[in-house]
Design a protein. Sequence first.
Length: 329
Amino acid sequence: MESFHIDVPALSRGLLDRSEDVRDPDSVAAAWPAAKIVPVDGQGRLPLASTGDGVRLVFHDAARFGGAPPDGAVLLGSVEGTHYWALERDRMSAAPLETSAGIPASDVTLGTIRTAAALLSDDEAALATTAVALLGWHSSAGFCSRCGAPMTPDTTGHSRSCPSGHQEFPRTDPAVIVLVHDGEGNAVLARQPSWAPGRFSVLAGFAEAGESLEGTVVREIGEEIGVRVRDVEYLGSQPWPFPRSLMIAFAALAPAGAPLRPRPGEIEQARWFSRDRLRMLLAAGPGIGRGERSVSARPAGVGDDAPAITLPDSVSIARRMVEGFVRAG
């Protein structure tokens, strides 16, 4: 089987210290005066500023909010001994808005993980992703799944408890994302009906209860394009907090020239692409982020009225998978 490797995905680069020691009450109290807070609005947007070092997250000094974490704050982790927190922007209305770096409000813009994470440093990309994931979970986990009573978050925002003592932790849904190839330099890309015209990507689906990840790969590919795959090989993973997924990447081998039978309602179109064709598509457009213009190629002989083929954005693990496959040949 032809093997390949992928670069570390944009949202998997940073390694925050998330240990229980960081969340220990004594550690939280000692670190709070020097801690930093990043606000996140209801749309998952974070404050950003362009500096001489590139795009940076904009933080606020935690001490401005008092002697202890305010209600609703969640501890993201520690970087080089500094604790970082996130807080819903609506909860900051009464707090001073000066930033820890003294950046004027006029120089601050709001951006999403999709558009900005690939431009942030490794640690800040991890902080942004964790902030959106944790606050998103809290916004949808207000009531106990057992008794229906309101739940209260713990001091660091890493669990919620009901009056009966039932404790719940942030939920993550595992999903496989798969590059199907034939071992001879050709790979399958497909598109969903809801995507922008011309957008193609690798295949993906959620793991079901009692199912292994390898089993999910075989089932999902069979369901979505009617192909039986084998030799499932792990490539990497990336958090994807839209709203709470963990994308687990695999390569899988299909028979050369296998006919593709897209599942109605789920897959609008599926095609075999040669490695050379994918190389051309990668070279044609930046694929920076959703909502940004991406130039890409049309097949030879196809008129301007046909939608251009575009590949996944650079913030997604899907693009790393296509790039890794192309580099292997």
